[in-house]
Design a protein around this ligand. Structure first.
Ligand code: MN
Length: 258
C-alpha cells in the first residue's frame, strides 16, 4: 500500500531536508550516575566485559556483555518506576503500547534561566508564555526542557553541594498542569533525572516522577542536542528495551526534524 506522507518523508530524509538528530549521550563506565542518600541501595554504573575480540575465545567475532541500572545515561522512565504509577497494566517497558513510542515534541528553551540559576524551576506560567508564541501543547506529545545541562562537565552536570544536588527541573504545579491540563505523553530533560536536584524537599517530593508516572506518563533523562530542535515540529522516537516488567531502560532517542 502506497502512502504519500511516508514516501515524502523517506524522500526528504534522503535529500537532507529532514534531519535525524541523536538526543543520546554516550553510554560507558564514565557515564554519570545518580547518587541517593546512603540509607538507600545505589544504582550500579554501566559496566562492559569482553566476551571475545578476534582471539582464542572467539577468533572471528567481537562481542561484549554489559550491565547497568535501568536508569543509566540517556534513559526512559516507565510509569512502573514510581510508587504512584505501579498499578498501570501498560506501565512497564514491555507493556507500553508501541504507538506511544513515537510522538511529537515541544521543546521549551530555558537555557538562559538555568545558566543564571541552577535551581531554576519550570512553571506553568512559562509554559503558557511559550504557548502564546508557538501554539498549544497537544495531548500525547513530549515536553522537553532544554537547559543546555548536557554541555556541562560531569562535576558541573551533577552539581553536588552539601545540601544535595543543584540542577534545574519542573515545579510541582508545572507537572500538575502538564499532566492534567495538557495530558502530555511525558516530560524529558537534559539533567540526570526528570526532577530538579532539590526536588526531594518539594511537596509532593519528586513531582516529575510522582505526577507523570502517577498519571501513566513517561520520563526521559540525560538527553542532549535539544538545542538542535525547533520549539515545535520534531518527531521523537523513544523506545525503551522490551525488558519484561522493567521500570525503564537506557535507549537511543532519535529526533526527526526539518
Ligand atoms: Mn530514571
Amino acid at each position: 500500500m502506497k502512502n504519500s506522507t511516508l514516501t515524502n518523508l523517506v524522500n526528504e530524509m534522503a535529500a537532507g531536508s529532514i534531519r535525524v538528530v541523536d538526543l543520546t549521550v554516550p553510554l560507558s563506565a564514565d557515564t554519570p550516575i545518580i547518587g541517593l542518600p546512603e540509607e538507600f541501595k545505589q544504582s550500579p554504573a554501566f559496566k562492559m566485559e569482553k566476551i571475545s575480540h578476534f582471539d582464542k575465545d572467539g577468533p572471528a567475532w567481537y562481542w561484549n556483555s554489559f550491565s547497568c541500572g535501568e536508569h543509566t545515561g540517556t534513559h526512559f522512565d516507565a510509569p512502573a518506576h514510581w510508587v504512584t504509577g505501579q498499578n498501570y497494566k501498560d506501565g512497564c517497558t514491555d507493556t507500553i503500547p508501541p504507538a506511544k513510542l513515537v510522538a511529537a515534541a515541544n521543546v521549551i528553551d530555558v537555557s538562559k534561566e538555568a545558566a543564571e540559576n541552577p535551581d531554576y524551576l519550570l512553571s506553568s506560567a512559562k509554559i503558557e508564555e511559550w504557548e502564546k508564541e508557538h501554539g498549544k501543547i497537544e495531548a500525547g506529545t513530549w515536553v522537553l526542557m532544554r537547559t543546555d545541562w548536557s554541555k556541562r562537565s560531569t562535576k558541573d552536570f551533577l552539581n553536588y553541594a552539601e545540601d544535595g544536588p543543584h540542577t534545574p527541573g519542573p515545579s510541582v504545579e508545572c507537572m500538575e498542569f502538564l499532566a492534567k491540563e495538557r495530558d502530555i505523553l511525558g516530560f524529558g530533560v537534559e539533567t540526570i533525572g526528570t526532577d530538579a536536584g532539590q526536588a526531594f524537599a518539594f511537596d509532593p517530593a519528586f513531582p516529575a516522577h510522582h505526577l507523570m508516572h502517577g498519571n501513566n506518563k513517561f520520563g526521559l533523562a540525560s538527553l542532549t542536542n535539544l538545542d538542535q530542535l525547533p520549539p515545535k515540529g520534531a518527531l521523537i522516537v523513544a523506545a525503551p528495551l522490551k525488558i519484561v516488567q522493567g521500570s525503564g531502560s537506557p535507549l537511543r532517542v532519535i529526533a526527526i526534524t526539518a
